[in-house]
Design a protein around this ligand. Structure first.
Ligand code: FAD
Ligand code: UDP
Length: 384
């Protein structure tokens, strides 16, 4: 009898959800992570000096329209209601973000209504059909002044390239509203785990069939010790970057501690190209149900990902996509019982809800194939 365990590489949401599914099916699972903590980039921990819950890799707000995913996370921890309302610091003053009727009226000193705002903006919009990149999309939708003050500088800092080089889809991630709704997200369900994401992911991993090993980097030579490997790390590292490194932006933080309230809001975006950081987070405002006298203030800077940096945002420029296909083609050819799941292994920007949904669906797909004795190495995004 083959009593080898299943190996899950990475203890972020992708790895934890897969490990749990396999464990509930009755398999023995070992989940490793090269870091000294679980939860991947969603990791939260209490700061020792202030006792504030800190989102160590940048703030994470859970938001989804998917009831099944919402029910899933709620079954592993209490989620408190939280609506993200961002303030934009621009060369022309402080405004509400995402762009809404208040932003537009204050910026242009107008008294527009939901009925009149579209016609007003039409005079500002540039006719570009169809918009081919981020800049053209912004000019076609908002015109030059709003683009220059809210998007040009921030986007250049965030992505380290001209907004002309970026896909229009990045701008479409942000809502633009013709009413006074200033919620950053449109999703039906929104919140933040009461005890942080790490506690919630700990609860997912807390199963008698799962063993977690931290500070453990995946070693391909040991692959045959396991029945199947679920790899959630970067796809290019899996093949030692032999076709070149995929482009990622990374972020780094400067943390300061103050007393009382520093900026009066969880997030302030700095849209000017002349301010070196992209945003400032004040972490205690992500937990309005808690009271703290001291406060953690974190400036977020963006830069290119170098050898020892954590990859954050996949750039997905044209050259990256050519390299990605080389990795995928080669890995599809290798018959070595490894599946590639999650944001890094499939090189996509994915919110937490998408990551969870895909991990759940992929596990079902895998287990169905297991029952039919038809297991192959696969990419989660090929099968969904
Ligand atoms: P990860 O969390 O990256 O987990 C992968 C794990 O694999 C890591 O722990 C890593 O250490 C480990 N690993 C990698 N290689 C190896 C190896 N060789 N051996 C062992 N272990 C390895 N989503 C939202 O829904 N809402 C938000 O507000 C939000 N904010 C975000 C803010 C920022 C700044 C960023 C960058 C992302 C944000 N996201 C947000 C997205 C969210 O972080 C991801 O959806 C989620 O982290 C993806 O989970 P994952 O398990 O696929 O990847
Ligand atoms: N963006 C901007 N100004 C802002 C907020 C966002 O220019 O004040 C741009 C930026 O390019 C960003 C994109 O809009 O990458 C999508 O915004 P989102 O908040 O989704 O950014 P993320 O941090 O997830 O990239």
């Amino acid at each position: 009898m083959d009593d080898r365990a299943y190996l899950v590489v990475g203890a972020g949401f992708s790895g934890a959800v897969i490990a749990r599914k396999l464990a509930e099916f009755g398999f023995q699972v070992i989940c490793i992570d090269k870091r000294n903590h679980i939860a991947g980039n969603c990791h939260t921990e209490r700061d020792l000096e202030t006792n504030v819950m800190e989102h160590k890799y940048g703030p994470h707000i859970f938001n989804t329209n998917d009831k099944a995913v919402w029910d899933y996370v709620n079954s592993f921890g209490d989620i408190m209601p939280f609506k993200n309302k961002v303030i934009a610091d621009t060369d022309k003053g402080m405004f509400s973000m995402p762009m809404n009727l208040l932003t537009i009226n204050q910026f242009f000193n107008t008294k527009l209504t939901p009925k009149t705002v579209e016609a007003y903006l039409k005079n500002k919009q540039e006719i570009i059909e169809p918009p081919q990149n981020f800049e053209e999309q912004a000019l076609a939708f908002l015109g030059q002044e709003l683009y220059d003050n809210f998007f040009y500088g921030y986007t250049k800092k965030q992505w380290g390239c001209s907004p002309k080089e970026l896909p229009a889809a990045i701008l479409k991630r942000l809502p633009i509203r013709f009413n006074y709704d200033d919620n950053y997200y449109n999703s039906k369900y929104q919140g933040i785990p009461k005890n942080g994401y790490t506690s919630l992911i700990q609860n997912i991993l807390d199963h008698k069939n799962i063993k977690v090993r931290l500070n453990t980097t995946y070693n391909k030579q040991e692959k045959s010790n396991y029945k199947h490997v679920f790899y959630t790390g970067p796809i290019d590292s899996y093949l030692d970057c032999k076709h070149g490194k995929l482009g990622y932006r990374t972020v780094y933080f400067e943390k300061e501690i103050y007393t009382e309230d520093y900026q009066g809001n969880a997030v302030v975006n700095y849209c000017s190209k002349d301010v070196p950081y992209t945003r400032i987070h004040e972490h205690k405002h992500f937990a309005p149900w808690e009271t703290h006298n001291k406060t953690i203030v974190v400036k977020e800077f963006s830069k290119e990902t170098l050898k020892n940096d954590e990859p954050y945002y996949p750039k997905r420029l044209l050259g990256d996509m050519v390299v990605l296909e080389k990795y995928k083609d080669e890995l599809r050819e290798l018959k070595d019982n490894v599946s590639f799941v999650g944001r890094l292994a499939t090189y996509r920007y994915m919110d937490m809800d998408k990551v969870i949904k895909e991990a759940l669906e992929y596990s079902d797909y895998f287990l169905d194939n297991y029952k039919n004795k038809n297991i192959d190495k696969i990419f989660s995004d090929d099968n969904l």
